[in-house]
Design a protein around this ligand. Sequence first.
Ligand code: DX5
Ligand code: ZN
Length: 215
Amino acid sequence: MPIIAPSLLAANFINLEAECKMLNESQADWFHLDVMDGRFVPNISFGPMLIEVFRKATTKVCDVHLMIEEPEKYAEAFKKAGADILTVHIEACKHLHRNIQQIKSLGMQAGVAVNPHTPVESLKDILADIDMVCLMSVNPGFGGQSFIPYTLTKIKQLRSMIDEQLLNVKIEIDGGVTLENAPSIIDAGAHVLVAGNTVFKATDPKATIAALKAL
Ligand code: DX5
Ligand code: ZN
């Protein structure tokens, strides 16, 4: 059974209380929270202040995806806000190993995200130190984009690397996940499905989450 992580970026922000209640009552495992700085990605979303609000609204895992430059400056603020998993982009970190150690020493799980152009081989020497890889299946910055099919090849490559080293690293797929493509994503070896528009724009979000969970 996959871990389902709805992305609140696609939620109705005027009605966040109801959206959180819906997720809490659903089979969703995690809240996926997308932080964008307008520098690493061409969009700005929200920061620690809103993470704190989500933290108070749920007991589910808060999976915070930082699409920001210099994430080391903010790791402590996100820990204080209540993040359980903190994911940084390989493309935004000059000293990735140091960033990962910082996240772990703050008591959070460490994730590393890679953009569609970044080969999974670039994770080889860091894989044993992290809890999760977030494979971006769209270019980060916006919800509602189409899944890039080559991601399926990357999932298989990464899964072999993880299994060969007998590691316990989760593969999270982020961007353009739908009920139609989710089965092939899981078949390829993914553990976590992020879904924004597929969940929040559905006529029955809870049933959609249940359908993803049942895959
Ligand atoms: C994209 C974000 C995603 C996004 C996914 O930069 O990291 O988490 O919200 O949204 P959908 O599922 O709509 O592609
Ligand atoms: Zn994300």
